[in-house]
Design a protein around this ligand. Structure first.
Ligand SMILES: Nc1nc2c(ncn2[C@@H]2O[C@H](COP(=O)(O)OP(=O)(O)OP(=O)(O)O)[C@@H](O)[C@H]2O)c(=O)[nH]1
Ligand SMILES: [Mg+2]
Length: 436
């Protein structure tokens, strides 16, 4: 089972920087294209083989039993009835059999990103390829706007000061924000004083700067990685303004946790709107995750959190996700509400690992950032979930968030579906943005 929260999604060491490229032994661009294609083909063949094997196994498993056994007889050493184990296994096999992605340009690109992260061709999973494809598609609008023009500028010849000014205006249009743009431009100019950069190296250098900005908040964070600790109660609180995507994110995270082998539960602590609880229950059903709620009108959110903790503790749940209301624009109310929930957490679950995630809607650009600042002042935040990247040409907001809020992005959402959210990787994000 792939633990999505802990998968290797970056090269062990950062790719060679332009300062030590090119050297005599580096492959030419054409050679590495050929390598990437070979790798993608090998990964594809492997996935096809796994699919065929899974299909064969399904056929074998589906042969009806010849003898009837009593339930006691058919129980296996693990204690669960054999028919249940069989149906679980079949489900897994069916997933493997159905989910082999098509071999196309996106497959080759996704396989290349995985190869650069150190994955062997035979280790590549269909799930990862499918996620990278979705990430790349999600960033389509931003890439089309930003990158094609960027490539035109960079490709026009060695980067010069005029080109840098054009890049500056492109970055601002993509909502990278003044501060981050300024940083990027200064870094480019400094480099240009040392040497003229041919197109390939200029893009490589730009990628390096972007990754550095996105990863910088991790230096001030206790957690380089962000994942639930096994066999302990982890509580993740979703905060953020109205409509940012908190409830959807709770549902997608519950699914991700289940897929990654964690037991999970949701507390529906947005009690302001009757429909909010119903919406959480729909996500609970989709992700097969129990939901704790209180149906009485205007129930106290802190009381729902209390019930959630009690239920999670009694069922040895590993991840409790808390959905909160987004209508508290007033900073004083917001702080009071969050402080109250926090007090309940400290009192009822003192040994739980508590994290607060700020959900930010990428389509709101700089405006969303201003609203997000209020939350970052009111709550001690562990990071950001950036949603709706698929709906905007301004995906550059990720850089503004890292630079201005100084918070690591922990997850990205690229669609409304249950599979459309995964842990954030600066490496994959920048590749999807500049090399997709
Ligand atoms: N395209 C796209 N839509 C998204 C994404 N994430 C959430 N949405 C949509 O955004 C809308 C609002 O999402 P919710 O999850 O209800 O947002 P919320 O923060 O819980 O909203 P309130 O509870 O009203 O504060 C819904 O229509 C979601 O389907 C995403 O990554 N991409
Ligand atoms: Mg909601």
């Amino acid at each position: 089972m792939l633990n999505w929260f802990r998968r290797q999604s970056k090269p062990e060491k950062t790719p060679e920087t332009p300062s030590n490229l090119p050297d005599q032994t580096s492959p030419t661009a054409a050679e590495s294209e050929v390598d990437a294609l070979d790798y993608a083909k090998a990964a594809f063949v492997n996935l096809q083989q796994r699919k065929t094997q899974a299909q064969e196994q399904i056929e074998q498993e589906e042969v009806p039993a010849t003898e009837e056994k009593t339930e006691a007889e058919s129980r296996t050493s693990s204690g669960s009835p054999a028919w249940l184990q069989k149906s679980d296994r079949l489900e897994k096999l069916e997933e493997t059999a159905v989910d082999a992605p098509a071999f196309d340009e996106e497959f080759v690109w996704s396989a290349k990103v995985l190869a650069e992260s150190g994955r062997k061709a035979e280790e590549v999973s269909a799930e990862e390829i499918q996620w990278l494809k979705r990430l790349r598609q999600g960033l389509d609008k931003t890439r089309r706007n930003l990158v094609n023009q960027l490539k035109a500028i960079v490709g026009a010849g060695p980067l010069n000061q005029d080109a840098v000014l054009e890049i500056e205006s492109l970055l601002i249009q993509a909502d990278v924000g003044l501060e981050a743009t300024d940083y990027i431009i200064k870094a480019l100019q400094k480099r240009l004083k040392e040497e003229a950069l041919p197109p390939d190296l200029a893009i490589e250098y730009l990628k390096e700067i972007l990754r550095e900005i996105l990863d910088r908040p991790l230096n001030n964070s206790n957690n380089q990685e962000f994942f639930p600790i096994k066999n302990q109660l982890n509580i993740w609180l979703m905060t953020g303004v109205n409509g940012a995507g908190k409830t959807t994110t709770v549902g997608k995270l519950a699914h991700l946790a289940q897929q990654s082998g964690y037991s999970c539960m949701i507390a529906a602590a947005d009690t302001f709107r009757a429909a909010a609880v119903e919406q959480v229950k729909v996500w609970g059903n989709r992700s097969q995750t129990p939901v704790i709620s209180n149906s009485s009108k205007n129930a106290d959110p802190a009381a729902v959190v209390f019930d959630g903790i009690v239920a999670a503790q009694s069922r040895s749940i590993e991840l409790l996700l808390i959905d909160t209301a987004g209508r508290l624009q007033n900073k004083k109310n917001l702080m009071e509400e969050l402080a109250k929930i926090r007090r309940i957490l400290d009192k009822k679950a003192p040994s739980a690992i508590v994290e607060s995630l700020l959900v930010v809607d990428a389509t709101l650009g700089q405006n969303g950032l201003l609203q997000a600042k209020v939350f970052s002042e009111a709550a001690k935040l562990s990071g950001v979930v950036l949603t709706k990247l698929d709906g905007t040409a301004k995906g550059g907001i990720a850089l503004a968030i890292a630079q201005q809020l100084n918070l690591p992005i922990r997850f990205v959402g690229v669609g409304e579906g249950i599979e459309d959210l995964r842990p954030f990787s600066s490496y994959e994000f920048v590749e999807a943005l500049l090399n997709g």
